[in-house]
Design a protein around this ligand. Structure first.
Ligand code: ADP
Ligand code: MG
Length: 353
């Protein structure tokens, strides 16, 4: 049974990046305004996410890391109109199977005393201890994949690449989460802990970007504010909204920041191309391609800084395409992309050079 559990756990926790993503999303879902992500040895030794969110009630300790336990899905309808990041109750159960996993948590009413919970690989609660804690939750993962030697070696072999992806994703969260103090630190094998970047609980994504990438980034940025209309389509791809109406809103907004074309200063690297769908960080290669193509027609030597949040009705996309919820299927994507290219050209044409 344990093997089956471990194999299935491969579904949601596939690499270092997905661990980080699941933990951060849980902290966001818990309403945290302070999130600290800590690594030792780039996550090979330790990954820890501490938040000041709601904490976990003692009556949920036993079930917390059991497969399919979730506190977030109350009705079937929720599955299609997803507001929180998490919804399947798989992350914590997977983490138990794949690492040494522990949780320290504290409700506001219990501070400064909290509980430290330890779990079996099966997700069963092994024991609890009273510890000093402030309101919130700390999740600690040590020795990721240690009990799956092949995967562990793979992780070690690819750590450089993995680490770059992790930092890229954490950059995304730090920038999109307004009103949250977000910090990331890393302690190398031999050496002191270094804070890699942090935000200050800003009200705007613009200020977050300054905190993460430096004030200089702003000199090249213009606001991105596009409204794309999609005509209602007929046929089998017709989507219904919650009320069962045939034609739900087909309006798509793209909000964020993009660097001004023909701006000679500074080199933008690809990990500064950040895409979100309704505030959820995700990879959207087709969108990146559209941006880059339009941009290149103005300035062939550089790729732009992009921070683009695509805001649309929850019925116009599906996040359940891939287990890590990073690949997102957008309804009518090719028409959306055509529309995007046109709007981008109009935006750039309206700029004063
Ligand atoms: P999901 O997020 O899909 O519900 P997870 O396995 O990620 O599933 O988490 C299981 C449950 O553990 C969550 O539904 C939530 O109740 C609780 N939980 C996880 N992380 C936190 C956190 N940082 N703060 C408070 N509760 C948490
Ligand atoms: Mg979750």
């Amino acid at each position: 049974a344990r093997t089956v559990h471990q194999i299935q756990s491969g579904q949601v926790i596939v690499d270092l990046c997905s661990v980080v993503k699941e933990l951060v999303e849980n902290s966001v879902d818990a309403g945290a305004t302070n999130i600290e992500v800590r690594f030792k040895n780039q996550g090979l030794d330790l990954i820890e996410v501490q938040d000041n969110g709601a904490g976990i009630s003692p009556e949920n300790y036993e079930t917390l890391a059991l497969k399919h336990y979730t506190s977030k899905l109350s009705t079937y309808e929720d599955l299609t109109s997803l507001q929180t990041f998490g919804f399947r109750g798989e992350a914590l159960s997977s983490l138990c199977a794949l690492s040494k996993f522990s949780v320290t948590t504290c409700l506001a009413s219990d501070a400064p005393k909290g509980s430290k919970l330890e779990f079996e690989t099966s997700g069963k609660l092994r024991g609890t201890a009273v510890v000093a804690a402030q309101k919130g939750t700390t999740m600690t993962i040590e020795g990721l994949f240690n009990n799956l030697p092949v995967r562990r070696r793979e992780l070690e072999r690819n750590i450089k690449k993995e680490w770059n992806r992790v930092i890229g994703v954490l950059n995304q969260y730090a920038c999109i989460l307004t009103g949250v103090k977000f910090s990331v630190s890393q302690q190398p094998n031999k050496g002191k802990k270094i804070v890699l970047f942090s935000t200050k609980g800003n009200n705007t994504t613009r200020e977050n970007i300054v905190n993460v990438f430096g004030a200089k980034t702003l000199t090249v940025l213009i606001p991105l504010e596009l409204e794309l209309e999609l005509e209602p389509t007929s046929g089998p791809s017709q989507h219904r909204n919650t009320r069962g109406d045939e034609d739900s809103t087909k309006e798509v907004k793209i909000k964020g920041h993009v660097s001004r074309p023909a701006h000679g200063e500074g080199r933008q690297t690809p990990d500064r191309q950040m895409f979100f769908v309704n505030g959820r960080p995700c990879g959207l290669p087709q969108f990146a391609k559209a941006f880059n193509e339009v941009y290149k027609s103005y300035n062939s030597s550089q790729s732009p800084f992009i921070f683009a949040d695509i805001q649309l009705d929850t019925h116009m996309y599906d996040v359940n395409v891939s287990p890590d919820k990073r690949t997102i299927l957008l309804h009518d994507q090719s028409r959306l992309l055509d529309n995007l290219r046109e709007s981008l050209i109009a935006l750039f044409e309206a700029q004063d050079y």
